[in-house]
Write a protein that binds this ligand. Structure first.
Ligand SMILES: Cc1cc2nc3c(=O)[nH]c(=O)nc-3n(C[C@H](O)[C@H](O)[C@H](O)COP(=O)(O)O)c2cc1C
Length: 207
């Protein structure tokens, strides 16, 4: 049985963690060191009133004990789905680390102060793009979008660019948080944390 270990001898330690928030922070740090492109990219699954699941990538822009934060256009397809059903699931997969993290939970908008602070931290071009993009709606051609960006650029000049009302952040507050580490012979390590009154319960799952 000696060879039936996880790839990484350190990895089994995570199965004894009592703190999924600290564990996620540690894995995110490992991912930032190991993944050359977008270690914070995550698939975000939603389902609107029709119940048909939908999924797309977004960037994780904040994580703490309150949950996972991403930013988007509230008038997009995902924005409509979240308005109808404010629940979501997410998954991050770090290929080079052979790790996966999944979470499910309720969605709440971030405060306008939080959204303003993040919006203003973005590059000017990204702020103009967020205003110009009618995300998820039909676009005749690329020139239409670029003309809208140029018009906004001329309008705002070097002055402040306010965050548009249709662009904000959402926080998924996880009710479950699951960690997966690849193991040899597909005998992976898998631990699911479930929120309890004031804490977390932990269960190891068959892979
Ligand atoms: C790596 C990656 C990161 C992305 N990050 C975001 C993001 O943070 N916010 C966002 O609105 N769209 C992001 N997108 C675009 C979305 O995947 C999607 O195309 C867009 O949000 C429209 O989705 P919807 O029609 O389901 O609302 C990203 C795409 C990729 C591939």
């Amino acid at each position: 049985m000696d060879q039936l270990r996880t790839d990484d001898p350190q990895a089994a330690d995570f199965t004894r963690s009592d703190d999924p928030v600290a564990l996620f922070a540690a894995w995110m740090k490992d991912a930032e060191a190991a993944e050359p492109e977008d270690p914070n990219a995550m698939a975000l699954a939603t389902a609107g009133a029709d119940g048909l699941p939908d999924v797309r990538m977004v960037l994780l822009k904040g994580f703490d004990a309150q949950g996972f934060v991403f930013y988007t256009n509230t008038q997009s397809t995902k924005g409509a789905e979240l308005a109808e059903n404010p629940q979501a699931a997410l998954v991050l997969h770090w290929k080079s680390l052979r790790r996966q993290v999944r979470a499910r939970g309720a969605i709440t908008p971030v405060t306008s102060e939080e959204a303003d602070a993040y919006f203003q931290s973005r590059r000017r071009e990204s702020r103009l793009g967020a205003i110009a993009s009618q995300q998820s709606r039909p676009l005749a051609d690329r020139a239409t979008l670029m003309d809208a960006v140029a018009e906004l650029s001329a309008r705002y000049g070097d002055g402040p660019i306010p965050r548009p009302a249709h662009w904000t952040g959402f926080r998924i507050t996880p009710v479950t948080l699951e960690f997966w580490q690849n193991g040899e012979f597909r005998l992976h390590d898998r631990v699911r944390f479930t929120r309890t009154d004031g804490g977390w319960s932990r269960a190891r799952l068959y892979p």
